[in-house]
Design a binder for this molecule. Structure first.
Ligand code: NAD
Length: 328
């Protein structure tokens, strides 16, 4: 499809960045982009690319460590400097994403509008669930889930008023699949996906598109667990073009989640087995479930589906109920 081709050419453009710093078609002139946690890692790569594509950027970063301690203005300042040196437009913001309204206020004060938000700021408090404290749990929920909520909430009225907005939220494979020692983080990341799915529905009629990515990139965050050569190979620059595509005016996608890293990109969706309908006229026994366990969990009998909406998902419940009643 054209989308695949566009993404392919974006990646080529990313790889050719030094000699071809601007994509030919994908422009961001006049657009205001807010990137949270943009003082390093992925957020920095996004901001530098948006700068090259002509956007006006708010570089937000609280300047904390990976585990969320301290604070400093220099992380955001450095990236603003880099963008400006390359001829781009950027201002810094040093607030926590928990104070999303202040970040959006920076965009309005500097540029008079906001078009795109990239919710990217994040911290880790990895520890086995048995040893996890309330602080480990709460900090991670606050920065990831509440921070994503607060920034988006503050931008939303502007998006509705101008009937335009793009939101890219940051999920994780750890949220999609789970990971040892990351119960707090995986809960927050999958929470962000649920949040995105509902905002996509609510935003659509006002041309507000909301998508999520589960990135894989070598940053100071992954440097805590990956070997150095892997950190070096998985450059954040491989992720940035995909984010720039999703955040563009021409983006055809909303309510979707993608895995992206190292030049590889794929969409992820739910799959539901064909299931089984029991008669509603007699009591359902735990033994009945045991007998049909193989059917309930079978994804390979040609009956599995990929429900896209709650309505679609509920349809089979109603059908079973109607069938079971009419056959009584
Ligand atoms: P990073 O540590 O380099 O960047 C995160 C940035 O967020 C830091 O600059 C930090 O100062 C900032 N930050 C932290 N708390 C903040 C707050 N309250 N307000 C504002 N800024 C704050 O890590 P990264 O790998 O670039 O991560 C970016 C995002 O991608 C995170 O949400 C992370 O969970 C997600 N992610 C990354 C990977 C990966 O492979 N790198 C994988 C899955 C998800």
């Amino acid at each position: 499809s054209t989308t695949d081709t566009d993404i392919g050419s974006l990646i080529e453009q990313a790889n050719a960045l030094p000699s071809n710093p601007k994509g030919d078609d994908l422009k961001y002139e006049g657009k205001v982009v807010v990137v949270t946690g943009a003082g390093g890692g992925l957020g920095r790569a996004y901001s530098l690319l948006f700068g090259r594509l002509g956007a006006s950027i708010v570089v937000n970063d609280l300047g904390v460590t990976t585990t969320g301690s301290g604070s400093s203005s220099s992380a955001a300042d450095k990236v603003v400097e880099e963008i400006r040196l390359a001829g781009g437009k950027a201002v810094a913001n040093y607030d926590s994403v928990e104070e999303g309204d202040k970040i959006i206020e920076t965009a309005i004060k500097a540029y008079g509008r906001v078009d795109v938000i990239i919710n990217n700021a994040g911290v880790l408090r990895d520890i086995s669930f048995a040893r996890m404290t309330d602080q480990d749990w709460d900090l991670v929920q606050r920065v990831h889930l509440r921070g994503t909520y607060k920034v988006t909430k503050a931008a939303w009225p502007y998006f509705i008023k101008q009937k335009y907005g793009r939101v890219i939220n940051t999920c994780s494979t750890v949220g999609l699949y789970g990971n040892f020692g990351q119960a707090n983080y995986s809960a927050a990341k999958l929470g962000i996906l649920g949040f995105s799915n509902t905002l996509a529905l609510e935003g659509r009629k006002n041309n507000i598109l909301v998508n999520s990515i589960a990135p894989t990139a070598g940053t100071r965050m992954t440097a805590t667990i990956w070997p150095p050569e892997m950190v070096e190979a998985f450059k954040p620059d491989y992720v940035a073009p995909f984010v720039a595509f999703l955040a563009h005016e021409s983006c055809p996608s909303t309510g979707n989640v993608f895995e992206v890293g190292g030049g590889w990109i794929a969409q992820v969706r739910w799959q539901r087995s064909g299931g089984i309908g029991f008669p509603t006229s007699k009591p359902l026994l735990p033994e009945d479930i045991a007998t049909k366990w193989d059917v309930i969990t079978n994804f390979y009998d040609g009956r599995a589906t990929h429900p896209k909406t709650t309505q679609e998902a509920l349809q089979q419940f109603f059908e079973n109920f109607a069938n079971a009643q009419s056959s009584e």
